[in-house]
Ligand binder design. Structure first.
Ligand SMILES: *Cc1c(COP(=O)(O)O)cnc(C)c1O
Length: 443
């Protein structure tokens, strides 16, 4: 490196580490992460991507932007309530409070009165049983898929799971229920046809090798036309007469019927129709943390709880705390968004549209997350130019709009009213950045 080489002017590591804002950042970030940020800006300067006098400001903004987690909160302006790519259900304030309370040491498996060990997650279990009295007992595991694996392993490993061909679904991202079930060592015994399955199909499949009969709610599609399926209340007398457990995978997690979603199955109705165990997710329509719920007959839940696999899929204390608070507390954001008053949505959307001078268009929200497929939730959206979508996603706060038909649509259904001003400010910033880039391009 000769004397004239600008790389000689790149600030040295120790000088950068000694900057007050960098020292201050040690309260949030550890030494290794801070040194990585320093090395990164120095390398950018060595490659000529940063002038030497830009190294310090670049480091300061990198340090300011770096949080301990790289997960960034997103305002969901898509109108899709249970958005898989956004972590499904946002938690209620009560569930967040419970999470924080449970984040330290907590009596998750301890009876404080006598100091003895207690049943793990007893509070969450009691809350579920109170909300769904049709269930004799409940077991909470890591997620819905884990609940299904546990049930099929404990009831049918080395034997057969009898299931309708019309219910062998892919639940997302190439993830197929048949693969999951066969990974447990159970064999699938498919009955009926894709569009039609009859009670006699089930009856002729049952035999000494049957471990359980599984009914799966095809939660992310629906078949139309010449179709028939056997409802639980017709199937349960057959399984009961043969002493075979009937497992119903509902997917979505409604504990009781919701009049807003007339075709969505719920745990109380499924148990009342004779299912021995129902399986549901905690973070779909239930609106809680990721969890898998198993609700049903006492002796079957006990059999599942005793299986060694139950330990491998148990729910963590944070999920147990948030689940109990969700089930026992105020309506979670998922339910607020589902039941959002159309008049109120219209007023909020109009107010932002007027402030921004943009049109309002009709826009249907969706349940999402593989729930209530094709079910439209009528509402409205702000209509913006498509080019704003990227600026909104990468802004602060990040806003995820829906891009459709050449427009960028902002639907307020899943945005808390308290965040309307943040949406307004985010759109204004995106418009400014868009116009600045446009002017730059033109000039
Ligand atoms: C979502 C879903 C699952 C998987 O539940 P997770 O909580 O995502 O693991 C299983 N079965 C059905 C029918 C589903 O809709």
């Amino acid at each position: 490196m000769d004397q004239g080489d600008p790389r000689r002017l790149i600030p040295r590591t120790n000088d950068l580490l000694a900057l007050p804002a960098v020292r201050e950042a040690r309260k949030r970030l550890n030494e290794r992460v801070i040194r990585e940020l320093v090395r990164h800006v120095q390398e950018q300067a060595r490659r000529g991507e940063l002038a030497p006098d830009q190294v310090e400001p670049a480091l300061l903004s990198a340090v300011a932007a770096r949080t301990a987690t790289t997960l960034r909160p997103v305002l969901n302006a898509t109108g899709v309530i249970v958005h898989t790519n956004l972590g499904r259900a946002p938690l209620s304030a009560g569930a967040v409070e419970a999470l924080i309370a449970a984040s330290g040491y907590v009596d998750v498996e301890l009876d404080l009165a006598d100091g003895s060990r207690s049943r793990r997650g007893a509070g969450a279990r009691a809350a579920l049983l109170a909300a769904c009295p049709a269930a004799e007992d409940a077991l909470i595991v890591n997620n819905g898929a884990a609940a299904l694996v546990l049930a099929t392993t404990a009831l049918a490993a080395g034997r057969e799971v009898v299931v309708s061909r019309g219910e062998l679904v892919e639940i997302g991202a190439g993830f197929r229920l048949p693969d999951l079930i066969e990974s447990t060592g159970a064999t699938l015994h498919e009955v009926g046809m894709t569009n039609r399955t009859h009670l006699r199909d089930y009856a002729s499949a049952l035999g000494p090798d049957t471990g359980c009969v599984l009914k799966v709610h095809p939660s992310n599609f629906w078949v139309d036309g010449f179709t028939s399926a056997v409802p639980l209340h017709e199937l349960s007398p057959l399984t009961a007469a043969n002493g075979i457990p009937l497992v119903a995978d509902l997917g979505s997690g409604l504990l009781a019927p919701d009049p807003h979603l007339p075709n969505e199955p719920d745990a109380a109705t499924a148990l009342g129709s004779g299912a021995d165990v129902v399986i549901a997710s905690g973070d779909k329509l239930l609106g809680g943390p990721q969890a898998g719920l198993l609700l049903g007959r006492k002796e079957i839940i006990a059999r599942l709880a005793r299986h060694p696999l139950a330990r491998a899929v148990r729910a963590d204390k944070l999920a147990l705390a948030a689940l109990e608070a969700t089930v026992a507390g105020e309506a979670p954001p998922v339910i607020e968004a589902l039941h959002a008053d159309p008049g109120q949505l219209r007023r909020r959307t109009d107010r932002l549209a007027q402030a921004l001078g943009v049109p309002v268009v009709p826009h249907d929200g969706r349940v999402g997350g593989g729930g209530a497929p094709g079910f439209a939730l009528p509402g409205w959206a702000l209509q913006l130019p498509e080019a704003l979508a990227r600026l909104l996603r990468t802004g602060n706060p990040a806003v995820l709009p829906r891009v459709h038909d050449g427009s960028c649509l902002i639907d307020l259904r899943c945005v808390s009213e308290a965040d309307d001003e943040r949406i307004l400010a985010a759109v204004r910033r995106a418009v400014e950045a868009f116009e600045a880039a446009d002017a730059g391009g033109a000039g």
